[in-house]
Design a protein around this ligand. Structure first.
Ligand SMILES: [Zn+2]
Length: 84
């Protein structure tokens, strides 16, 4: 019972929307990294574009791809969207 309640809480927490940003400057491999608000690897304000509020990094990456053709999730804050 305790475990179940904890799982429900965790699911709700994951569904909270967050601001996502894309780095204007590409990585050495050409990828523009997507970051979630609060990431310690967030680019400087002048080097990032606000993508908007999303539930998942997948939606944020999809939106970033309308701006840049090569996009990747940050290893630290968007690990499930990080590919290279
Ligand atoms: Zn990040």
């Amino acid at each position: 019972m305790q475990k179940l309640q904890y799982d429900v809480l965790l699911t709700q927490k994951e569904m909270i929307m967050a601001d996502y940003y894309v780095n204007k400057n590409p990585q050495s491999n050409g990828d523009h990294e997507v970051h979630k608000s609060g990431c310690t690897h967030m680019p400087e304000e002048q080097n990032r574009i606000l993508l908007g509020d999303f539930y998942t990094c997948f939606d944020a990456v999809k939106t970033a791809k309308t701006i840049y053709s090569t996009v990747d999730g940050c290893y630290y804050c968007c690990n499930e969207c990080h590919n290279s």
